[in-house]
Design a protein around this ligand. Structure first.
Ligand SMILES: C[S@@+](CC[C@H](N)C(=O)[O-])C[C@H]1O[C@@H](n2cnc3c(N)ncnc32)[C@H](O)[C@@H]1O
Length: 196
């Protein structure tokens, strides 16, 4: 299994945003939505071996985590608008302590960044994708990697402290600072090529 954690520092946490305004009023939700596309879509298939955790930390009701499970996903289309609509449906759900299923393969909970990292650290090896990490080329990816990516801002000092407690491998994908969704494509491709 491959896991991706994408942190949306200002991303909305309630369902009252406009689908036409995901890059503005929804706190750069567009960045996270593009990560959904990169994490799951092949040309004519879905990557079933992938899970994506969207950490929503902005808006009026933070934190919330939306988990997308490739094994179960249905009704996912490549356009950002329809994915935003699925996410909006998840954000409308009433939440208690437990994760709630919103639609097939899409779950929402009140987990924080620390909760998600703690929970995932039991499942595999954490990799912090970072511009100044060690070069991905020539590295063997561990089994069940958990890739942590930030949005248009770097992780905060507090988030980095939480992450570093788990002693992650810090990996760079190349010489330029890239968009998070592009990082996901590169990671998938590197792993695809290593398996074949
Ligand atoms: C748009 S960048 C973050 C913003 C950028 N650091 C800044 O403040 O200008 C989004 C995220 O993608 C990941 N990333 C970007 N370029 C990368 C690279 N060359 N290697 C590994 N990860 C990268 C990092 O997790 C980064 O936080």
């Amino acid at each position: 299994m491959k896991y991706f954690v994408i942190v949306g520092h200002k991303a909305v946490t309630t369902g009252d945003f406009k689908l036409d305004d995901i890059s503005g009023g929804a706190g750069r939700l567009d960045i996270l939505i593009r990560c959904v596309n990169s994490a799951f879509f092949l040309s004519h298939n879905i990557r079933r071996d992938t899970e994506l955790f969207m950490l929503l930390q902005g808006g009026d009701d933070p934190p919330k985590t939306i988990r997308l499970s490739g094994q179960e996903l249905r009704y996912l289309n490549p356009d950002e608008r329809s994915t935003s609509s699925l996410i909006r449906n998840a954000l409308i759900k009433k939440l208690g302590e437990d994760e709630v299923r919103s639609s097939p393969g899409i779950y929402v909970s009140r987990m924080s960044f620390a909760d998600v990292i703690e929970m995932l650290s039991e499942k595999g090896n954490i990799i912090y994708l970072k511009e100044d990490g060690i070069d991905v080329r020539g590295l063997n990816m561990p089994a069940d990697p958990i890739f942590v990516i930030s949005d248009n801002k770097d992780l905060t000092d507090e988030e980095e402290t939480i992450l570093m407690k788990h002693d992650p491998e810090k990996i760079s994908l190349g010489p330029h600072s890239l968009h998070g969704d592009h990082c996901i494509i590169i990671v998938h491709n590197e792993m695809d090529r290593n398996v074949q």
